[in-house]
Design a protein around this ligand. Structure first.
Ligand code: AMP
Ligand code: MN
Ligand code: MN
Ligand code: MN
Length: 285
């Protein structure tokens, strides 16, 4: 069998971080799109999981997930934790620590935006999101677009939010090793998120994969909705070469061009798939 379109989406966001939809609305959209499995993976936040799990019950397989921000050689690297036990104390303590870090940072970004003539940026972003949500630069990008000060989220990053721009705030995220350890301690499977998004050379990406594997990383994403076929083929090869489990996910935040739950998630049938790996062990959550 050749590569096929999957109805499994293991990377997406809700209003518990920088997604536009509530967790329940996200599940409802996943059902409309005919998905069979979904993992909710909000940035450094698990507050949407309970609502999503309830909405999914009896309709599609729900997987508890989270996307943790980390640092590797001064680069912001995202690690998705799948099948986490969301009640683990180590995870809760860790997320509380990062919540404080994110809150301070989000307030500082809001303060800088106010100097650029925006009003109540931080409180408006909080009001749009679920109580206790992670406020990320993604939330601010949408806020900036809603004020007509950028045409798209990408442009908001280019004008205000990316490194070197007026509202960028440098953040010292926990080390890659540390976030992998937290996911493992929470009985989760650490997956390297969107490996092509870091703009690394192939050599540097392989060094990242080696370090990730050495510290306990178990899988990598090989397909997302905006990926070019050549990128997917390269990631598929790396996944085989490094002996990783394969994961796939749209990284859906809101409806946009080529951005949709379950869209274009093509996978090589011979790859060892993270969702099948779990079935061997029996469902945990
Ligand atoms: P943060 O974790 O606060 O640094 O924010 C990262 C989030 O911002 C990502 O998860 C994306 O949702 C969003 N993001 C990053 N870069 C861009 C971009 N160039 N255009 C639109 N959204 C972006
Ligand atoms: Mn995001
Ligand atoms: Mn990410
Ligand atoms: Mn994401």
């Amino acid at each position: 069998m050749s590569a096929y379109f999957s109805k499994i989406d293991l990377h997406c966001h809700s209003s518990a971080s920088d997604g536009a939809l509530s967790p329940a609305a996200l599940i409802s959209r996943a059902l409309d799109k005919g998905l069979t499995h979904i993992a909710l993976t909000d940035h450094d936040c698990i507050l949407g999981l309970e609502e999503a799990e309830k909405a999914a019950a009896g309709h599609l397989t729900f997987i508890n997930g989270v996307e943790l921000s980390s640092l590797w050689r001064d680069n912001q690297i995202h690690v998705v934790g799948l099948y986490i036990d969301r009640k683990k104390q180590a995870l809760l303590t860790y997320l509380e620590m990062v919540r404080n870090l994110r809150e301070q940072r989000a307030m500082e970004i809001g303060y800088r935006l106010e100097k650029q003539g925006f009003k109540d940026a931080y409180s408006e972003c909080c009001a749009q999101a679920k109580a206790g949500a992670s406020i990320t630069r993604g939330n601010y990008a949408r806020y900036i677009v809603s004020k007509g000060r950028a045409q798209s989220a990408d442009e908001a990053f280019n004008i205000y939010l990316k490194k070197g721009r007026s509202c960028y705030v440098k953040t010292v995220w926990p080390a890659l090793m540390e976030v992998v350890k937290i996911i493992l301690e929470s009985d989760g499977i650490p997956i390297l998120a969107h490996p092509k998004r870091y703009d690394f050379t192939n050599t540097k990406l392989k060094e990242l994969l080696s370090d990730f594997k050495e510290c306990g990383g178990m899988g990598m994403e090989v397909s997302s909705c905006q990926m070019k076929p050549s990128e997917r083929e390269y990631l598929t090869k790396l996944c085989f070469d490094y002996g990783f489990l394969a994961s796939i996910g749209s990284d859906f935040h809101y409806v946009g061009q080529y951005l949709e739950l379950g869209y274009n998630l093509i996978i090589d049938p011979l790859l060892p798939k993270v969702w099948e790996h779990r079935q061997h062990k029996g469902p945990k959550n």
